[in-house]
Design a protein around this ligand. Structure first.
Ligand code: SF4
Length: 185
């Protein structure tokens, strides 16, 4: 998401600094992460009361009612909407109207291609190769936040790694929600 903003001419600043737009990529894996997501959303608005505060990600996806109780949020985006985040933010700014954009992730059948990473803060790159989980363990909310297993095309993964290697990054971490299910779909 940071890369998409950079590509569109935005500047990235530290989240503890004053900014025009704050994006909180929420987590819902435990009650503690729900609480931290809510705290972060409230805190950034106090750094700049006129900033646009965007809640995105897993907690938004599964806790729509709780998220509605946080007046500091201007725009709510689910997991499927991350790929078009810049367009959603610019639409919000143009229309200046509180919005919810949260598709039903359980219906998503295809891996969402974010494009290749060109922006990375570290000497290693984290590359997402898979999303979703079909296991539905009784204690876990992840399948409801991330949807069913979707695997990224192997050619896209290899192509991205080759481009990253050309930039001198020597370590690549392959990541996903349940990577043992890679290719199942
Ligand atoms: S296998 Fe899937 S449902 Fe089970 S704990 Fe891991 S992410 Fe959650």
């Amino acid at each position: 998401m940071a890369q998409k903003f950079l590509e569109n001419g935005y500047e990235i600043v530290d989240h503890t600094k004053k900014a025009d737009i704050y994006i909180i990529n929420t987590c819902t894996v435990t009650n503690m992460s729900d609480r931290k997501s809510r705290q972060s959303l409230r805190k950034v608005k106090s750094l700049n009361p006129t900033a646009v505060v965007i809640a995105v990600g897993c907690y938004v996806q599964v806790a729509k009612k709780e998220i509605e109780q946080i007046p500091e949020i201007d725009l709510k985006l689910g997991n499927n909407e991350k790929v078009d985040i810049v367009q959603y933010v610019e639409k919000y700014i143009k229309e200046n109207k509180n919005q919810n954009q949260i598709q039903d992730v359980m219906q998503t059948k295809e891996f969402s291609e974010f494009g290749d990473i060109i922006y990375t803060e570290k000497t290693r790159a984290v590359i997402k190769i898979q999303d979703g989980c079909d296991r539905f363990c009784s204690y876990c909310i992840i399948p409801y936040a991330r949807g069913r297993v979707r695997s990224r095309e192997p050619e896209h993964i290899i192509s991205e790694i080759e481009k990253i290697a050309q930039k001198g990054i020597k370590e690549v971490v392959l990541t996903g929600i349940h990577i043992a299910s890679y290719g199942k779909d």
